[in-house]
Design a protein around this ligand. Structure first.
Ligand code: ADP
Length: 477
């Protein structure tokens, strides 16, 4: 059986800010179910992590070489996700009021990586593959690359680096490379980027193989427009780069069994969806008019998610007469826009500013008719797939994973599971919204789009099989 250690900075239900949190726990679980891989997850123990999820404190005093001296950390075991999860307890770095956003983030995750590698050694024989995710994992890839030469424990271990978002690069002052232990030879150079140090770049350069979360994004990230200064690295390593579209954990995202909903429903009987919509309207203090279309969005409030288009189109969206419900946390400018929009039209617009956790996200997916994702770029995107399963029709821009997973509805053939536009503009987005609203006005047509989406199979099983192939391929390198 293949042994794979997955390093992540977030994973449900321990800590989550976005899609990585969903993926990092669904993948090891699916791998375990597939029976070919013994997968274990490693992540920091955050202040935000619910202690009830922990089973036992395996090590009290794991020694970690750090900054020329030694630090000691605890390691906890949890069995909350269907595969073992090991949580690194280093209060100095992780007992803080948020998961990211500190000046010493590079130090925090470099430390996490080093501690996780130390934990691996204490736990037993080396893993075949260490699978790291996004910039926080770059430090582990660099360290294994370097250690392999002199440390027999890591001699045969291969690394896979998964890119969930290329825009977050883990930049820091290159002078810190010295005391972090990366200031020599090719490892040092791998970190350097435009006068700064980047753990993302180091991971891309020094990992044995690379993957990202959709085929389309694998291609897009190699272009100057979407490469965030790293497209040349990705072109250089394109033979080692593959796109594997994320799956959906249908144990968690299933309208037939979802415990958070006012009523359950399925493709065979959609009647419960109406009760979910009414509950959602009440939740946002909107008039109880269940026949009026309801468009929703759940996303981090950042430019990537297309909020500029929504702002530009705000008046036109109101004129359609549809309800609009937005859940999001992030940039102040977008929070202010949402607040103003809601103040102008409290009978049409419902907002929740902040990170709401799982129940509300599920209730919105179930209660909405349409789900808007006008992203500037989108590595994979999960909400469009959640939406489809909940009979909520996605309206997306044709980029990254959105382009791969959403097929534009064709009225004459009755094919397609959503509405898709190409041009990144308010006009482009409104074109698709109008088209969706026209279809919504014809219940038979609408039912067709909904069912096409609900019957889509985006389960993790297929994606997990691709990862198994990838792990085997990286071992042959
Ligand atoms: P990204 O990883 O870029 O944030 P994804 O679509 O891949 O985008 O994943 C976003 C995940 O985070 C989804 O599960 C979504 O429901 C959740 N999410 C985003 N913002 C919030 C929020 N404010 N409250 C609750 N859940 C949120």
């Amino acid at each position: 059986m293949l042994r794979v250690a997955i390093f992540t900075s977030e994973a449900m239900p321990f800590a989550k800010t976005g899609g990585l949190g969903d993926v990092a726990s669904a993948l090891p679980k699916a791998l375990k179910q597939g029976g070919e891989v013994d997968a274990a997850l490693f992540l920091p123990l955050y202040e935000q992590t619910d202690r009830a999820l922990l089973r036992e404190r395996l090590f009290d005093n794991l020694e970690v070489e750090w900054a020329g001296g030694r630090q000691h950390v605890g390691v906890w075991l949890s069995e909350a996700i269907g595969a073992p999860a090991f949580l690194i307890d280093a209060p100095r770095y992780f007992q803080r009021n948020s998961i990211y956003g500190f000046r010493d983030d590079h130090e925090r995750f470099a430390f996490f990586c080093r501690a996780a590698l130390a934990a691996l050694k204490r736990l037993g024989p080396p893993p075949d593959v260490v699978h790291v995710n996004d910039w926080p994992g770059g430090f582990a890839a660099a360290e294994i690359h370097a250690r392999r030469v002199f440390d027999p424990y890591f001699a045969a271990t291969r690394t896979l680096f998964s890119i969930h978002n290329l825009a977050y690069q883990g930049g820091f002052d290159p002078r810190d490379l010295e005391w972090l232990g990366f200031a020599w030879g090719e490892v040092h150079n791998a970190f350097l980027m435009d006068g700064a140090a980047s753990s993302l770049k180091a991971g891309l350069m020094l990992s044995d193989a690379l993957s990202t979360v959709s085929r389309r994004y694998a291609y897009e990230m190699q272009t100057p427009g979407q490469g965030y200064g790293l497209d040349w690295v990705l072109r250089m390593r394109s033979e080692r780069l593959i796109g594997v579209t994320n799956g959906v954990d249908y144990d968690v995202w299933n309208p037939a069994t979802d415990p958070h909903l006012a009523a359950n429903f399925s493709a065979d009987d959609l009647s419960g969806k109406r009760a979910c919509k009414l509950a959602l309207l009440r939740r946002f203090h909107l008039p109880e008019e269940p026949d009026r279309p309801l468009i929703a969005i759940i996303s981090r409030l950042v430019a990537q998610k297309g909020y500029d288009l929504i702002r530009d189109a705000a008046g036109a969206i109101l004129e359609t007469g549809a309800f609009f419900v937005a859940l999001g946390a992030g940039a102040q400018v977008y929070e202010d826009f949402l607040q103003r929009w809601r103040d102008i039209a409290p009978h049409r617009i419902g907002i929740y500013k902040g990170y709401a956790g799982e129940p509300l996200a599920h209730q919105i997916e179930a209660g909405a008719d349409m789900f808007l994702m006008p992203s500037l770029y989108e590595p994979c995107g999960l909400n469009q797939m959640y939406s489809m399963r909940y009979g909520t029709v996605p309206i997306v821009r044709a980029t990254g994973g959105l382009d791969d997973t959403v097929e534009n509805f064709d009225r004459t053939r009755g094919s397609g599971n959503g509405f898709k536009f190409g041009e990144y503009s308010a006009r482009g987005m409104l074109g698709s919204i109008y088209e969706a609203l026209l279809c919504y006005a014809e219940p038979e047509v609408w039912r067709r789009v909904q069912l096409n989406g609900m019957r889509e199979d985006n389960s993790w099983q297929a994606a997990a099989r691709k990862y198994v192939e990838l792990y085997r391929a990286v071992l042959r390198l």
